[in-house]
Design a protein around this ligand. Sequence first.
Ligand SMILES: [Zn+2]
Length: 215
Amino acid sequence: MYKDGQKVTYFEIIDEKGVIESPFNYYEDACTRLEELQQEGFTFTGNIKIIEVHWIGSLRRFNKMTTKKDACRQWVEGFNAIPYSLIKKAYPNLSEDGLEILVTEKECGYCGNTEFEENEDGKEYCTSCERLTEEYGYNERWDLPMWGTLWTFGESFDEEWARGNLEKLRQCGFWVYDSNELGILIGIDGAGYDFYEAHWIPLYEARGLRWHDEE
Ligand SMILES: [Zn+2]
């Protein structure tokens, strides 16, 4: 069985009536099996999907009520915290030393201001020079965030998701870097408030995790 707190990720083939077959360790295996089922003429109901399932072994096993914050905390505790002292030794000049900047703070491509709003057409413009982002572009601020730790994800699934969802990470308030040595690193430009409420739970929600009991 599963160890306490062990995170489990697997895939399931489902249709609108429920689970057809589960678990598959790899997405590709689920795809192959689905093709076989279709060739065999299996009768599906409605839409067929392959879903990625996450849960923490002990929570379900003991059937405890788990709040979203507790489930989120278990997820985040699986991340690796890397202090700036190490980051700065490894990458003293950030991108020149191999720490690629993916998401920090947007700076207007014309004037460098960092405040943006949307006009009545839903288009983002700089609040200082009033130029549209889509015309003048933007740059990412060349810096590390305020909080003196960067985190790497504990699981490659999460890292792959992050690579494909950089704007979601930005919306959750994360700055994002990439490196050959450590892969994706995320950080928080802030201090002195509850990171769970402001950043980690929004990230948990954006990631689509359901390790908590529904309220
Ligand atoms: Zn501007």
